[in-house]
Write a protein that binds this ligand. Structure first.
Ligand code: GLU
Length: 460
């Protein structure tokens, strides 16, 4: 059997990290098993759906490398298909019209609540052999209700939650078409999952209550339901369900903040799944290792500090040339035009950066004015070291521009003046890069432009 998974977001808000984890796992499962990953946009809530939200989904998935094999399908474009299936179900007696008005339903609910019963539709309009249905009211358009089985249980072996059994008596006859004929949510999902031949539904556990209803519709349509895996919620740093209203940021925010797609994929992978104690892994390893047997059972909590740490590890793992491609994009946005030195600069600084933006800040210092902080200058560029700085400036104006020659010049100045390395290196760093904390001085200088270095040292 070829596995077929899907991600079925509703474009009703900007997709955040918690939501996109529900794309990552089905994607990884499809890739791990050589199957297909399908993207389906569930846009039937016309009031709340927006094109911008669709764009964020598409952009976010593209950025993270969660490529789909089919789709995006849009539910609004599949209305005819849903109506066709509804008509078939009507012909087979699987659905029936219900004329109960909203007022009658409210009254029914009140009565049930007063009797301490669970509110549910009471089957008034459900046809049964020998049953007399009420007279059809005039001018009322009915809803269509699904004939839920009576008695027995609906059960499935959830890949995260284990066996779940729901008694059919808990489920009333679901409305699957509104009076104007438009199909409702749970019905569309089943038709899609059947048509798209989905074998594994991996989704948030906020849908677990829909599953028994969906399974019953599957079976009524003569199709065995897929395997289900309901992922526990992702909590925000305050321990609440992650949501846009609670300040969760759109996935694309992480791209714009300079996170690496591989870092975010690694972080999200661990937010609800594990492979032994492995914390840092590549996309290839993730795909190789991913299965549905090691999904976490409890809610995972988002932790930005950990995300930054994971990203920092991926910064180190990424080649200098690849980082240079990303950083160049950022520098160009800032109006800075880098050159062939950029990969070397990225290599020298990547160990101390947790995002590409931080790396771009460093790189930018090599391409334009540096304005050292006056306090730093006062602290490090003291009278006793000024002659040494001038001497270094003179030597650097002449020597071949290689790390080895620069290193030799620095040593020569130290020998001639009797200063210790930090006494010279700190002020030189402040003057050249604007900060006393940099990687080794000879490497930094070799990647700088000679004229700029000499001018900055002379200015000091
Ligand atoms: N559209 C639903 C959501 O965004 C997902 C439905 C599903 O995965 O079955 O929550």
């Amino acid at each position: 059997m070829t596995t077929r998974t899907r991600f079925a977001p509703s474009p009703t808000g900007f997709i955040h990290l918690g939501n996109i984890r529900s794309a990552l796992y089905p994607w990884a499962f499809a890739r791990a098993t050589g199957g297909a990953f399908i993207l389906r946009i569930e846009d039937t809530d016309v009031e709340r759906s927006s094109q911008e939200a669709v764009e964020v989904i598409l952009e976010g998935m593209k950025w993270l490398g969660l490529d789909h094999d089919e789709g995006p399908y849009f539910q609004m474009q599949r209305m005819d298909r849903y109506k066709q299936v509804l008509a078939e179900m009507k012909d087979k007696g699987l659905v029936y019209p219900c004329y109960m008005s909203v007022e009658e339903l409210d009254k029914l609910r009140e009565r049930q609540m007063a009797a301490k019963e669970k509110p549910r539709y009471d089957g008034t309009w459900r046809p049964e052999p020998g049953k007399q249905l009420p007279p059809v009211p005039e001018g009322v358009k009915p809803v269509l209700r699904f004939r839920n089985p009576i008695g027995g249980v609906v059960a499935w072996d959830d890949k995260v939650k284990g066996r779940i059994e729901i008694s059919n008596d808990e489920l009333d006859d679901l409305v699957i078409a509104r009076p104007d004929g438009t199909p409702t949510y749970n019905f569309c999902v089943v038709v899609d999952d059947i048509d798209m031949k989905i074998t594994h539904v991996i989704r948030g556990d906020d849908h677990v209550n829909n599953t028994p209803r969906q399974i019953n519709i599957f079976r009524a349509l003569g199709v065995e339901p897929p395997v289900y895996a309901h992922l526990p919620t992702v909590l925000n740093e305050q321990g609440e369900k992650m949501s846009k209203r609670q300040g969760a940021k759109a996935v694309t925010w992480y791209r714009d903040e300079g996170f690496l797609a591989d870092g975010v994929v690694n972080y999200l992978a661990r937010l609800g799944w594990s492979h032994g104690d492995d914390e840092i892994f590549t996309r290839e390893q993730f795909i190789q290792w991913f299965n549905l047997d090691h999904l976490g059972k409890s809610a995972a909590q988002y932790d930005e500090a950990k995300l930054r740490w994971v990203n920092a590890q991926h910064m180190k793992m990424t080649s200098d040339a690849q980082l240079a491609v990303f950083v160049e994009r950022e520098l160009k946005k800032r109006g800075v035009k880098p050159d062939a030195r950029l990969a070397g600069i990225c290599g020298l600084f990547k160990d101390r950066c947790d995002t590409l933006l931080v790396l771009a800040d460093w790189a930018q210092k090599f391409y334009g004015d540096v304005k050292p902080d006056a306090e730093e200058v006062a602290k490090h560029v003291t009278e006793p070291v000024k002659p040494a700085i001038s001497m270094l400036a003179r030597m650097l104006a002449e020597c071949p521009w290689t790390k080895e020659d620069i290193s030799a010049a620095i040593k020569e100045v130290l020998r001639a003046t009797g200063l210790k390395m930090p006494q010279l290196a700190m002020p030189v760093r402040v003057l050249v890069l604007g900060t006393a904390q940099t990687p080794s001085l000879d490497a930094v200088l070799a990647l700088s432009e000679r004229d700029a270095v000499v001018a900055r040292l002379k200015g000091g």
